[in-house]
Every structure is written in C-alpha cells, then in structure tokens.
Ligand binder design. Structure first.
Ligand code: ADP
Ligand code: MG
Length: 698
C-alpha cells in the first residue's frame, strides 16, 4: 500500500465505497490523507449516563433502549426521541428535530457514541441532550469506541453513505500502515516558518495531539493545519512565479516610444490626464518597450478613465506598425469602445473597425478582410474577434476589457497568432488583494487610484418600494433640470427570461405612459436585436430619450456623462459588485449624481449589502465586502474556493498565510539555490501542475 494506491484496493473500502469517495474527488490514499476534517470535537469527557451533570458537554457510549417518531401534531417538526441506556442505572433522552434521518439507523440495541450538552428534561426527570452528535459504533470492533470518544476527534464531511466515523477509522488505519510522503518543502522555508514536517502535519490533522487546543483547531490555526494550508499556497505561488518569469523571458515585441508617438498622443487626448493615468501609462509604456510580451492588468474603479489609458497604449502600437485588438464582453460595450476609439483615433489618422457576432455575413467577411490586409489598425469586437478565422496581419497589442467576464483566459491565446502581442487587460471590478495574488499572480498590475477631476461622489440612498413615487418625482425634477436617468430592473443578461423581459417591458409602459407622460423614455434589454439596442443607446446618449429603462445590459462601461440618476429597482436581488458597477454609470459628469436603491423586505445579508453601498463609494472596499458576504467562489463565478487546487486553504480566513507563502516563493526565486530550485520545480511538475492548471512550469 503506498500513496498512489487506488482507494478501492484499501481494506474496508471496496468498489462501492470507492465510487462514493471518487464522487468527492478522492481516488488514492494520498487524496484521503489530504481530506482534512472540517471540525474537531472535544470528547475527552466520557461519562456514564448516571454521572452526567446538567450544563456540561460530555460523551457517552450507550445502547438504544427505545425510539419513537412523534405523533401527528408534531410531525411537521419530525420530532425524533430516543432513550439510551448504558448499564449505569440512569437513562439519557435524546431529542432531534427534523430527525427523520436518524430514524432508520437508531433502532433498539444499536450501540452509539453520543456527544452533546446535558440538560434535565422536566417532564420525565431524565437527563436530556437536544440535537446531540451521534455516531453508530459497530459491535465487532470493541476497541473502536476509544477511537471515537475519550479524545479530541476529527469530524469529516460525509461522502454519500460514508460517515465521519468511517473516515476516522479508515484514516486511523491508513496512517498506521502507509509510509507518509517525504517533505518536499525546502528546509530553509520550513525553518523560517517554524512549521512541522509534512508527515507530522498530516498525522496531526487527522489525529490531533490530545493536548491540542480545540479552539485553535477549529479556527484552523494549529501548526499542523497551517503547514498544509501553507503548502497549498506556496506551491501555487511558486508555480505562478515560475510562469511569470518564463513569460517575462519569452521574446516579444519591443515597441519604441518615439517623439512622433508623444506628438500623436498629445493631439489625441481630449483631457489632461490625471496623475494616476500618467503613472499607469508610464508603466505600460515601459512594459511595451521591453522585448518581452506584456501581461498587465489595469484596474481602476468605474469611471477612473481606463479607456483613455488604453487608447494611449494603442497609439504606441500603431505608430510601431502594429495592429491593436480591443475585446469587449458585450456588444453594447464593444459598440461603445468602437465609438470611443474612433473619436480619439480617427482624429489622428488611424483606421478603426468593429467586428461583432451580430453583423451580417457579408459585412463580417469584409471586416475580416480589412483586418487580414492590415488596413484596419484597430479592431474592436466581442468574442467574434477570437474566432479561428479572424487573422490579423500584424497584431501587436490586445486590449481586453472586463476580462474576467471572458472566463477562460486561455482564449486569449487565440489572438497570440504569429508574434507574441502585448496584452493589456482592464477591469473595473477591483479584485480583493488576496484573490488578485492567486488569480492574477502571474500578471503585473497597474492601478488607477484617482478619479478625473471635478467628480462629485455619488450620493446613494435606500428607499422602500412603497415610497417609490417620491423617487419618480425626483427623476422628473432632474429631467426638468436637463439631466437624464436610468431605471434598472434585476434581470441578468445571460438568463433574461421572457417573464423578466415582460416585467421590464411592463414597467417601461407604466413609466412612459402613466408616470412620465410628457417625457421621452427608452427601453434597453438583452433580448433586443443588436440594432435596436444600438438605437436605444444612441438615443439616450444624444439626449433624445431622457429616461432609460434597462436591464443589467448597461452594467458595464456605458458612458453617458449627462445621466445623473440611477434608480435600481428590487436592488435586493442584485449583488454588491453589480450594483457598484451599475452605480458607476452615473457620476461621470460634473453635476451631483444620485443612486437610489429601491427594495422590498430584505434578508440580513441583503441589508448588509445595501448598507455597504449607501456608506461607501470605494470599489475596493465593496469588492472586499462582496467576497466576504458571498465567498470567493461565488465572487469569481467559479465553484468552491474559486481557485482550483485549494482544498484546505481558504482565501479569506488564511490571507495571512497566503502573504507568507508568496513572500517565501519570491524569496526562493530570488535566492536561486540550485538544489532547492531543482527539487521545487520537479515537485510542482509532478504534483501541482495539473491541479492548479499551470501550463508548463519551469
Ligand atoms: P472607465 O473605463 O475606467 O470606467 P472611462 O475611460 O469610461 O472610465 O472614463 C470615464 C469618463 O471620464 C469618460 O467620460 C471619460 O471621457 C472621462 N475621463 C477620462 N479621463 C479623464 C480625465 N483625465 N479628465 C477628465 N475626464 C476624463
Ligand atoms: Mg470603461
């Protein structure tokens, strides 16, 4: 039996259980060793029933004397009551609400370990435990009881029919029989971090020392746990660092920033750039000058002026004779970028085209031709630009907006046809630092941390839906003052169902006919044709319509500086980051802007979200809160931790460990101790490359 032994060959597992474990991603002994308990229980206090005192927490080994599911009236609660005896003369009553799941297994004579807080049952005078933990003990293995009680025990998440008790037994046996892995962590790192050896850590995690502090264990702060958490981050960070180094060394285009480039940029710029914009343009230009591919993420809150920065990078590429691809996640946004880049770039003599999925076949063919010929110097588009049959004659720079929305970053590789173009990704969804370190650990990051001058912070208010009339008169007042307003309904673009569209359409009718009869109201939703969407946007942009009723299709990037009010209906149904994005559609001009969040009755979490938004305009703070309230997985639209390969580590709980792992990984690469490096590269290649999806490490 070794670490790679498939679980079905392990005694006590067999094919059926192996399948259940397999469904949890546990295939080998090694997987099982890393299947860490999610909780620990202090069952050191084992007593006979007669000795149980009210108020204490204790464990008891006993047999079921009788069990009953309670009668008709209480059925809804599924009240399940069991009387236990252990030969000490007293009885213990246990009570579970929704206890159906126990009813089958706790039949008379079943032997169990029960663990919980002791009370007196006034009605019967017996000792009572409400909702205790219970584990069924098998009769054959008498010594087993001592594995499950009388000590600090690990509690595992069950896998189908494999209970925590079975996990405990299995791991106990495996730990006794298998040769635990050698420690791959460089000795120097382990020493500095004062971490236990790997084998020791694995043993302790399943079988904590009996003097271990239960609180420490349950907060995942025990050195054994820290060791395993550190490992996950450390190998990830090493892998990312290697990848980044490698990309840095690959050959790419070396652009030159000539006086002519500066001249063109000066001619193009409609405003004086902010200090922050100047700083990031410098960072980008420095990257572009190096003869290696740029991989840079430009982050900045909504409205911070990222597009103007990107346009300057485009000038550098074009003046060096290269083409620029601009990728946007939606057609609306692509159309807007197209308009923006044309406005800036055509003025200084460049040719800009747009390619989206909704263009006609003939038009598409023509545009593709213009791109292939090299006539088009800038090609703006959606996913359509990434299609195989789009060939650039000489792509030098890819600008990717809201790149997280593209999901798979690899798709970008498609555009890396021929030479290695530089990549500038832009995002207005600030990424909490811990996430940025793991997800974008291999990118360089530039941050615009200053808004263009003259912006007034948006005032955000919360209004209950029964007071929405007041909001409407406020809109009317702003419109009379020459401003414009958005009214947004909670429909997610990708899933806009016809029912939800109808709701938006109905509201549109209601608002345009009843509430604002004399005002031009527009409608925009994801199910409209590209042409209709464009018309709706254009009419709002030119001020032909004053109020735009919309779904979240306007979430990203839409830019109408004259709009001063953003009303979000049923705001409790939106996510934090999403509302912040929506809110960023206003406050783009010099006038005071407002965001009104209209809600019905709310859950606690929804209240918390709304409160955060009313109190803060800071995208980074909001992103942090969003991750806290939703968990990083949800936050990033991926499952679980959001980072493949993290089993025990938790980005929020363990952010300090992550920072340490990152520091240590950087140090390792800096010191370049050849023996350590060789061992580390080998270990990552063998164990972590696939797990983290790191392509070609080392
Ligand atoms: P982002 O893409 O970061 O959300 P945009 O690039 O769309 O922001 O810019 C938001 C608005 O601010 C636009 O109307 C843009 O023209 C304007 N803007 C950008 N930079 C400046 C600047 N330096 N001074 C004044 N206005 C600016
Ligand atoms: Mg933008």
């Amino acid at each position: 039996m070794d670490l790679d032994t498939p679980l079905q060959y392990v005694k006590g597992i067999g094919p059926a259980r192996a399948a259940m474990l397999g469904a949890k991603g546990l295939a080998t002994i090694s997987d099982l060793l890393y299947y860490a308990p999610f909780r620990y229980e202090d069952r050191r206090n084992v007593k006979t029933i007669a000795k149980l005192a009210p108020g204490e927490k204790a464990a008891v080994i006993a047999r079921v004397a009788s069990a009953k599911m309670s009668g008709f009236k209480r059925r809804a609660l599924g009240l399940f009551e069991v009387v236990f005896q252990d030969g000490s003369g007293a009885e213990l009553l246990a009570r579970w609400f929704h206890g159906e799941r126990y009813a089958d297994s706790l039949t008379p004579e079943t032997r169990v370990a029960i663990f919980g807080k002791v009370e007196w049952d006034r009605a019967s005078g017996a000792r009572l435990m409400v909702q205790p933990e219970v584990e069924i003990l098998s009769d054959e293995e008498d010594g087993e009881a001592t594995l499950h009680s009388g000590r600090v025990v690990a509690v595992y998440e069950a896998a189908s029919k494999i209970s925590t008790r079975v996990f405990r037994s299995l791991l106990n046996r495996i730990l006794g029989e298998v040769q635990l892995p050698d420690d791959p962590l460089p000795e120097s790192v382990r020493g500095r971090m004062e971490l236990p050896e790997l084998a020791q850590a694995i043993t302790w995690v399943h079988n904590p020392p009996q003097d271990a502090e239960i609180k420490l264990l349950n907060e995942f702060r025990h050195p054994a746990q820290t060791r395993l958490i550190f490992d996950e981050f450390f190998w990830l960070e090493c892998g990312l660092a290697f990848k980044k180094n490698k990309a840095r060394e690959a050959s790419g285009i070396s652009f030159s920033v000539t006086p002519r480039v500066r001249e063109q940029i000066k001619l193009m710029l409609p405003y004086k750039p902010t200090g922050a914009q100047r700083k990031v343009v410098q960072e980008i230009a420095d990257d572009m000058k190096r003869p290696h591919p740029m991989n840079r993420l430009l982050q900045g809150d909504v409205g911070s002026g990222k597009t103007m920065v990107a346009a300057q990078a485009a000038v550098i590429a074009i003046e060096n004779g290269y083409q620029v691809a601009v990728l946007a996640p939606t057609e609306i946004l692509a159309a807007q970028h197209y308009a923006y880049f044309r406005r800036l770039l055509e003025k200084i003599g460049y040719r800009v085209v747009m390619l989206t999925g909704s263009a006609g076949a003939k038009e598409k063919r023509q545009i593709k031709q213009l791109i292939e010929d090299g006539w088009a110097q800038v090609a703006v588009g959606t996913h359509a630009l990434l299609q195989e049959d789009v060939k650039f004659s000489n792509a030098g720079l890819a600008i990717v907006d809201e790149q997280h929305r593209f999901g798979v970053r690899q798709r970008l590789e498609l555009i890396r046809k021929g030479e290695q173009p530089d990549v500038l990704a832009m995002t207005a969804t600030p990424i909490p630092r811990t996430l940025a370190l793991t997800i974008y650990g291999d990118l360089d990051v530039s941050t615009i941390d200053e808004l263009p001058p003259g912006r007034k912070p948006i005032v955000t208010k919360h209004v209950m839906e029964n007071a929405v009339e007041g909001v409407y008169s406020f809109i009317a007042q702003e419109v009379r003052a020459g401003r414009q307003a958005y009214v947004v309904y909670p429909v997610v673009e990708e899933t806009e169902s016809s029912a939800e569209i109808k709701a938006a359409e109905k509201m549109f009718m209601h608002l345009s006919e009843k509430v604002f009869p004399g005002v031009a109201v527009g409608l925009l939703h994801g199910r409209m044709s590209a042409g209709d969407k464009e018309t709706a946007m254009r009419e709002f942009k030119t001020g032909a319509t004053k109020i735009l009723v919309a779904t979240t299709v306007i979430e990203v990037g839409v830019d109408v500086p004259n709009a001063s009010v953003m009303v979000i209906e049923q705001a409790e149904r939106f996510g934090l980051a999403q509302i912040h994005q929506l809110r960023g559609r206003v406050g783009r001009g010099a006038q005071q802007s407002y965001c009104v969040l209209v809600t019905g009755k709310m859950s606690d979490i929804a209240c918390e979200r709304i409160r955060t938004l009313v109190e803060s305009n800071d995208g980074f703070y909001i992103a942090e809160m969003d991750m806290r309230l939703r968990g990083p997985g949800e936050f990033f639209g991926t499952r679980q931790s959001g980072i493949p390969g993290l089993r025990l580590a938790d980005l929020m709980r363990d952010s300090d460990v992550l920072e340490m792992a990152r520091t240590e990984a950087a140090r390792l690469l800096e010191e370049r101790n050849p023996d350590e490096m060789r061992a580390v590269v080998k270990y990552i290649q063998e164990h972590w490359q696939r797990r983290y999806g790191l392509v070609q490490v080392g």
